[in-house]
Write a protein that binds this ligand. Structure first.
Ligand SMILES: [Mn+2]
Length: 431
């Protein structure tokens, strides 16, 4: 699916040249890309001043397009370059939207202007879409730059701790291990670390990776690189050099590469495969991160693009067998309250907070236990159960006294919340 934006409003408005993200070039402040682009047409200082002083990009555009104003000769030949510079500086200097642009991974970006067949897609959607193409070009350039920035800052430190999130799962643990090795190859004194020794996929981790790790519980002046999350979780902001993640931007760490991948391991693979020679063993570890984070290749998070990358790993791991061995389903011998709180999290939802729990079972257990869990929700303070039946590959959503068979098999809370929020419209199931 492409990212189609039009004008500076709404969720995708940050992509538009009229959106108010200012930047400085050679000591001059430009309030928008439009101001920059229009000013670049002229050499007359008073005209440039006039454009810069415009309160809106629209006014700047009116002056810039006025045929009475003398443009620099052959501006046509450099107009794309000027546009690209403006867009580049905008995203380079506004880290919050830089994150958002990087988050779009490799999706096509289109400017849906019906009037513009050059800069946009035009009336028949077959225009040149030059703005969209520039945005994609700037995106790849910034991706490399952020990556190199994090690495070069890490190189200046006497030591850098690479850590995943608290209660590490397989992706968090293995990705931290892989990134440590990658950073070492760049000359960084990287230390493989965890926050605590409570592991979610402890059997899988033990069986596949017996590497020594440090446990970082106090931060002092330790420098940190985060993997598989980008929330600080108690780490002082100034200690964090950067983050690599595949979930959601928290805006707590802005030196961040975050894009939707099946796992953090797969993101690292895509990011470094052209400079770092991954060994067979390392590729298997990457494959494991994918297996663990996609419920063994069954979850909706495993996109077609991920699939291609995963196949490139040529891993010999058997996903079915590993699922049987390592997938931890809910233990129904324990009490309902305990199981609700085993995989429990609060999410902001409809101006409030929703308390959600994930239950993982096989079909028989699902049929046997679901009614009792449904009737205990209120008493246990649970608003939403995402119940995954791994045998039947079905997900049931229990919400407001109702059991809703979910249209696809998933454990993704974001997907479920999106679906509930948008009137159960299936359009919201694929990102
Ligand atoms: Mn992960």
């Amino acid at each position: 699916m492409s990212i189609d934006f039009y004008k500076e409003f709404g969720e995708l408005g940050y992509l538009a040249n009229y959106s108010s993200y200012g930047f400085t070039v050679d000591g001059i402040y430009y309030p928008t890309v439009e101001h920059y682009y229009q000013a670049s047409k002229f050499t007359d200082p008073s005209l440039i001043q006039k454009i810069l002083a415009c309160k809106s990009p629209k006014e700047a555009s009116v002056i810039g397009r006025d045929p009475k104003n003398q443009r620099i000769p052959h501006f046509k030949e450099i107009k794309n370059q000027k546009m690209e510079e403006g867009i580049y500086y905008k995203f380079q200097q506004n880290k919050d939207i830089r994150c958002r642009l990087l988050e779009t991974r490799n999706q096509e970006i289109r400017e849906m202007s019906v009037k513009e067949s050059y800069w946009g897609v035009g009336p028949n959607q077959d225009g040149e879409n030059v703005i969209g193409k520039i945005l994609m070009k700037v995106r790849s350039r910034l991706l490399q730059e952020v990556k190199n920035e994090i690495i070069s800052r890490a190189k200046e430190e006497s030591a850098v701790y690479v850590i995943g999130h608290a209660k590490a799962d397989a992706d968090s643990f293995l990705s931290a291990y892989l990134l440590t090795r990658i950073l070492k190859s760049y000359g960084v004194n990287a230390i493989f670390a965890v926050r605590d020794e409570e592991f979610v996929d402890s059997n899988l981790i033990k069986d596949f990776c017996q590497e020594d790790y440090s446990v970082v519980s106090s931060y002092d002046d330790k420098k940190i690189i985060l993997v598989d999350h980008n929330d600080l979780q108690g780490i002082p902001k100034e200690n964090v050099i950067g983050a690599f993640d595949h979930h959601r931007i928290t805006y707590e760490v802005l030196d961040l590469i975050e894009a939707e991948y099946a796992s953090s391991g797969l993101l690292l693979y895509d990011l470094f495969r052209s400079d770092y020679p991954f060994s067979e063993k390392e590729k298997d570890l990457i494959a494991l991160t994918v297996l663990a984070d996609t419920e063994y290749l069954t979850s909706s998070r495993f996109s077609d693009t991920d699939k291609k990358l995963y196949e490139e790993l040529q891993s010999s791991l058997d996903s079915k067998e590993l699922q049987k061995k390592y997938l931890k389903t809910t233990s129904f011998r324990r009490g309902i309250y305990e199981n609700f709180h085993e995989d429990y999290k609060e999410y902001p939802f409809q101006n409030g907070v929703i308390h959600r729990s994930i239950i993982k079972s096989y079909t028989k257990e699902c049929q046997k236990f679901l009614p009792a869990y449904l009737s205990s929700m209120k008493d246990c303070g649970i608003d939403l159960i995402i119940w995954c039946d791994y045998e039947a590959q079905k997900t049931y959503v229990c919400y407001q006294d109702e059991v809703i068979p979910f249209p696809i098999f998933t454990t993704s809370t974001m997907l479920v919340l999106d679906y509930l929020e948008h009137g159960r419209d299936e359009k919201h199931l694929i990102k």
